[in-house]
Design a protein around this ligand. Sequence first.
Ligand code: GRF
Length: 207
Amino acid sequence: TKIGVLISGSGTNLQSLIDNTRNGHINGKIEVVISNKKDAYGLKRAENNGIDSLYINRKEFDSDLEFNRKIIEELKKRNIELVVLAGYLKILSHEFVREYKNRIINIHPSLIPSFCGKGYYGKKVHQAVLEYGVKVTGATVHFVDEGTDTGPIILQKTVNVDTNDTVETLQKKVLKIEHEILPEAVKLYCDRKLKIKGRKVEVSVSS
Ligand code: GRF
């Protein structure tokens, strides 16, 4: 499977995908990494691994729609079959989501439907988790639909919230499991083991 990865930041989730495609765990190849941020360290990670990396500057376009069309153009050029949002902090246009229906996977650092949607990204998620006082949090991998963090859930994994946890210690714990479940979900996709039934995702266990 030809994979395109969209990033906005450090790219530690991208790194886990690079490692897991390189070692053959995932039956797929990352053909391109696209960032909306010029200084995203994830672009360096791609270059260091001989992967095509592009910075696309939103300011060079008249609208979000045109900006998204440029990204689609770059993905089409490379016959990308699966798009992975790995710490990508912009909303996709409805056109983009339709173009890649059920072929866009996102990772979110909470147990959706808690602490997600507009405004809940990065550290803000862990801030809200601590403020609410929940005892478990975690990460969610899901297919992207027209909403924000609302698509069919593929995998989730939990971490305990301890009384002395801070945003930093929580983010570290959650990132660790993000780096486990994102590659796992991409592997299942590439192995054609994910079946979408309405809002639900069934993982086929057939060998
Ligand atoms: C992190 O907040 C992570 O939880 C979320 O995106 C942000 C950046 O992750 N998925 P990364 O290190 O750029 O993959």
